[in-house]
Structure formats: structure tokens, C-alpha cells
Design a protein around this ligand. Structure first.
Ligand code: SF4
Length: 366
């Protein structure tokens, strides 16, 4: 069945007789991009919805961490490096202050976008007398290479400002809350490649909900869609692996070893959502000397709207799959990629930006 075309999968899905409308949730920016740009939503029967969920690490990066990165870049004699998506994410600051790393750079801060941890190491090696702070916001797939970089040894002047998160706890929190507005899960293939598909077993075992791991092609996503719909009809949920080319039982043992050697799992704050148990990575004691928060302690200060989404922004609802991007009243009007109000319109993995980039420019609400 791995060679089955998207057309055939769609025909198989259309033949299914669903007992009720079914809403699926995906939790991966790559999935959302493929679903949106391939037109899968419009091709599915109207009683099947796919809503994007918590799949964008930039979108949920705590506002406090972003503010801290901006502050460090402006007040300390450092180089700050971050993956490019982070540079335009807005923090909540007074109007006359830089509200993003991009604006801090325009104000004179030495901020450099990077595409890999190796670039951070190279920048630190090139200027060994200057602290280089690597602002790391990402899920497991981003965090594992950072852990590998630290395990292999980094220059003394490379520090880490860590805002790394695990994906599954947000889904667990949603399901445990009883407020999950979806009936089946399309689990993220890239995370499962690293951590193993078993991480998502709780969806089936604890919540009796159909689930399937998917890759990034329309064919793999439609295979996962077909699988969870069949599971729904048959009333027999199980965790299917529709990305067997790369997702293996147990995941990537080497990457998991790096993660557990360097990081510990802690409760962590998600922007606009709050603290989620076991959802964040923190440096283990052996690497604490590289923690930028310890080297440059943040001053105690009162800030308006600290930790919150920008006023009027519904990113928290979008990230949790409670609303579609175009149900935010700012979508496509006050908020566009050129003038983003919230993080979901900034990141390439943000659902608002993906939808807008695909040509969906109008808000659903009047
Ligand atoms: Fe936030 Fe903009 Fe998306 Fe609305 S459209 S949820 S303001 S990012």
C-alpha cells in the first residue's frame, strides 16, 4: 500500500461510511503545510475536518523567554544567535521599545540568524572572547541536535538560552482536560522518527482515540487519514504507522541518548496556554555552566502583559486546535506576514502563516 497514490487514497476515503462527522487534528507544522498546500482539506468529504494543533514551537515559545533574549541582546556585550523564524516574533513591550529580535538588531544588537547548531559553534569559535548566546526554541527534532552538539563539546563562550519543548504533552493535556475538540490524531512523523511512535500510545491506550503517524507527503497523510477513519468506523483504535520508511519502533536510539544525557524533562510554560507538565527540556547539572540564565540573571521587573499573547491574538486557540486560523478576527486584516500580530503569523510552521501563504487571505468571521 506504500505505493498507493493520493487519488486512490481519496477514492478509498470517499467510499467509507462514517457514523458521524469526524474531526482529525494534526500536530506538526510540516503536516499542516502539506495538507494546506496540496488541497487535501477541500478534497475530503465535508463530514471530515482536519484542524491544525500544537505543531509550531516558535508559536508557543514563552513571551518571557523572547523578552529575555531581546533584553540580553540589547544590554549585554554578546552575540545572540537563533533560528531565523524567531527573529520576527513579537514580545509585549511599550511602543517605543524593540518588540522583536529583528527590531533589536535594527537598534544595534548583534543578532545573527542561523540554520543549524553547527553555525552557533562556528560563530563562537570565531570570536572566543565574546559570549555567544544560542536561543533554542524547538521541539524534539530541534532539541536532539542541540543536545548532540553539547555532548560533543562546545567552546566555553557558547551559552544556551533554552526554550525547547516536547510535543506529546500538549496533546495529553488537551485530552486530559476533556475539552479536546477532535476525534482522532495524525501524529507527527518527524518527532516519531526521533522519539519512536510509542510516545503516542497514550492516545489509544488512555483515551481510546484512533491515531496514526504520518509522513509529509499527501499520500502518507491520506493513508493516515484513511487509517483513523477506518479505526473510527470499526470502533477499534490502534496506533498505526503510516510512515514506516523512517519511523521505527523505539525511534532513534542515538538521538534519544543525547537528549537524556544532556537534558531533563521539566514542567514548562507555553505562550498563551500556561504550564504543561513534563513538556519542557532543561539542561542537566553537568551543563548548567552553559545556561545563559545563570550567567546573565534576569532583573526582577514588572511588565504589562508579560507571558501573554498580543492583544486580540487568538494564537492560543489556534495552537490548541480550538479554532481555525481564519476564525481569528485579526486574520488577514490587522495581522499578515508583513505585519504579524501574533507568532502564528510569523513562523513557517505557524498555521496562520501557512493558511495566508496558501492564498486564504480573508477572515471567516465578519
Ligand atoms: Fe494571532 Fe494573527 Fe493568527 Fe490572529 S491571525 S491568531 S493575531 S497570528
Amino acid at each position: 500500500m506504500s505505493q498507493t497514490s493520493a487519488k486512490t487514497w481519496l477514492a478509498l476515503i470517499r467510499e467509507l461510511e462514517l457514523p458521524r462527522p469526524v474531526k482529525l487534528m494534526n500536530v506538526c507544522g510540516g503536516h499542516e503545510r502539506s495538507i494546506t498546500f496540496s488541497g487535501i482539506r477541500g478534497a475530503l468529504p465535508p463530514d471530515i475536518e482536519i484542524i491544525p494543533g500544537p505543531g509550531c514551537p516558535v508559536c508557543i515559545c514563552p513571551e518571557e523567554d523572547l523578552h529575555e533574549a531581546i533584553r540580553l541582546s540589547l544590554e549585554e556585550d554578546i552575540v545572540l544567535v537563533a533560528f531565523g523564524d524567531m527573529l520576527r516574533v513579537p514580545a509585549n513591550v511599550p511602543k517605543n521599545e524593540p518588540r522583536s529580535l529583528e527590531q533589536a538588531r535594527a537598534a544595534g544588537a548583534d543578532i545573527r540568524p542561523i540554520a543549524s547548531p553547527q553555525e552557533a559553534v562556528a560563530i563562537a569559535r570565531a570570536d572566543p572572547d565574546k559570549p555567544v548566546v544560542f536561543f533554542v526554541a524547538g521541539f524534539e527534532t530541534t532539541t536532539a541536535p542541540v543536545a548532540a552538539m553539547l555532548a560533543e563539546g562546545v567552546p566555553d563562550n557558547l551559552l544556551i538560552l533554552l526554550a525547547a519543548r516536547l510535543t506529546w504533552p500538549a496533546v495529553a493535556m488537551l485530552l486530559d482536560s476533556g475539552e479536546a475538540a477532535f476525534d482522532a490524531l495524525i501524529a507527527p512523523g518527524h518527532v516519531a522518527t526521533v522519539m519512536g511512535p510509542e510516545e503516542w500510545s497514550f492516545v489509544v491506550d488512555k483515551h481510546r482515540m484512533p491515531a496514526a503517524v504520518a509522513g509529509f507527503t499527501p499520500e502518507s497523510l491520506l493513508a493516515a487519514t484513511y487509517s483513523v477513519l477506518r479505526q473510527t468506523i470499526e470502533g477499534k483504535p490502534f496506533l498505526d504507522n503510516c510512515y514506516p520508511e523512517l519511523v521505527r519502533p523505539g525511534g532513534n536510539a542515538t538521538a534519544k541518548r543525547w537528549l537524556s544525557e544532556v537534558m531533563e524533562v521539566v514542567p514548562a510554560n507555553w505562550r498563551g496556554i500556561g504550564v504543561i507538565a513534563d513538556s519542557g527540556f532543561a539542561l542537566r547539572p553537568a551543563w548548567q555552566h552553559l545556561d545563559a540564565r545563570g550567567v546573565f540573571p534576569a532583573p526582577v521587573e514588572e511588565r504589562r502583559r508579560a507571558g501573554q499573547m498580543p492583544p486580540g491574538c487568538d494564537c492560543a486557540g489556534v495552537v490548541l486546535g480550538k479554532i481555525y486560523p481564519d476564525q481569528c478576527r485579526l486574520y488577514g486584516r490587522a495581522c499578515t506576514p508583513r505585519n504579524p500580530i501574533g507568532p502564528c503569523m510569523v513562523s513557517d510552521e505557524g498555521a496562520c502563516r501557512i493558511w495566508w501563504s496558501s492564498g486564504l487571505r480573508e477572515p471567516r468571521v465578519a
